[in-house]
Design a protein. Structure first.
Length: 365
């Protein structure tokens, strides 16, 4: 019913396009709709729309209205929330199909593209801010701290015994601050990232083994992998660091005996981004998500979570996610997250290695 050329155009859109026939069955959906409803084209085609929407969804009433009146309708700020879909606010336009008004076309988009890009720029901007901060800290703080510690050590033989605890405290605290500054020096490294074709599933398996041998030994891991996933254009060691930090964060957020971390990979056909002020788009088709069933991230931290020294842990430095943001930015990727009580998902979008002579992930396993 929809021509091949039209399908190519529809698959390039960021909004989700779904066609529903008079029997409420899905007769067409584009790539963005597959991602929205977390299913493949073959899984969703022919399904009744009622099976993938929340019960009593107002969208069902809007579909009936369009089928009965052959007139377009629109609604804004609707909540879409099912076990299949992360809770999100959507706008929707429903129109009759010109060739057959009993068929209706749903055009669904989550918030505005500008809002989404703005959210993805939060970690990117945080990464660049901390890079500048790290370059300053190394010189402006570390050198004076060495002098403070040296002075405390010189004073130590001359102070009363009951005051030696204070000189020891000064030395211990200067060492602790120097350690934090040392950890931040990686942020000021501006050398270009050496990239090569990387098997995402081997990276995740390595990280899982590290986690299971230590901090996540009592947590159940679930792997949902796309077997035909192409290679990442990335750096092996930095990708290990990125996903090890995300898995560690996920594990530390779980405070019960039924902890679960889900690692998922997928290829997203239509995921393209354009930065504000730039016309060119960049393609980030490789999606790797880490989902946990921990306590979630407080909403008050949503726009600060990638900043340095922001943490929900009593003994944390707040540098883990800041480092993740910096390394992903160095790869030309983006990271986004959704969090609520009992569920947090971090999704990393990365570029694909373009050389065709390399095989897909499934060929290398």
């Amino acid at each position: 019913m929809i021509s091949e050329n039209a399908q190519i155009i529809l698959n390039s859109l960021d909004s989700s396009i779904v066609m529903v026939d008079p029997n409420s069955q899905i007769s067409y959906l584009n790539n963005s709709a597959e991602q929205l409803f977390s299913g493949s084209h073959n899984q969703l085609l022919g399904c009744r729309i009622q099976t993938i929407l929340p019960p009593n969804s107002p969208i069902l009433d809007l579909i009936k209205k369009v089928q009965n009146t052959a007139s377009a309708v629109a609604d804004y700020g609707l909540t879409l929330d099912t076990p299949r879909i992360i809770k999100q606010i959507i706008n929707i336009q429903i129109s009759p199909f010109l060739e057959d008004p009993k068929h209706v076309i749903l055009n669904i988009y989550t918030r505005s593209i500008a809002d989404k890009i703005g959210k993805q720029l939060i970690p990117r901007n945080a990464a660049r801010s901390i890079t500048a901060l790290a370059a300053t800290l190394g010189h402006e703080i570390k050198n004076p701290l060495s002098g403070i510690k040296g002075a405390a050590q010189l004073l130590d033989p001359y102070v009363r015994e009951e005051d030696k605890e204070l000189t020891k405290l000064i030395c211990d605290e200067t060492d602790r601050i120097c350690t934090i500054v040392d950890r931040m020096e990686v942020f000021s490294d501006k050398r270009p990232v050496k990239r090569e074709p990387i098997n995402a599933h081997k990276i995740l398996e390595r990280v899982r083994l590290i986690a299971k041998s230590g901090f996540a030994k009592n947590i159940n891991f679930v792997e949902i992998y796309d077997p035909s996933l192409p290679f990442i254009d990335g750096n092996h060691d930095q990708l290990i660091q990125i996903f090890l930090n995300l898995i560690k964060n996920a594990a530390e957020s779980i405070n019960h005996d039924h902890g679960e971390i889900v690692m998922k990979t997928s290829y997203q056909h239509s995921v393209k981004f354009a930065l504000p002020g730039q016309k060119s788009q960049f393609h980030l088709p490789l999606a790797i998500s880490i989902k946990d069933n921990g306590v979630g991230i407080p909403q008050s931290l949503n726009e600060l979570i990638f900043d340095a020294f922001v943490t929900t842990k009593s003994n944390g430095t707040g540098l883990g996610l800041a480092l993740v943001a910096k390394l992903i930015d160095d790869h030309g990727g983006v990271i986004e997250f959704e969090s609520e009580q009992g569920r947090t998902i971090f999704k990393v979008l990365l570029p694909m290695h373009e050389k065709k002579e390399y095989k897909s992930v499934c060929d290398a396993i």
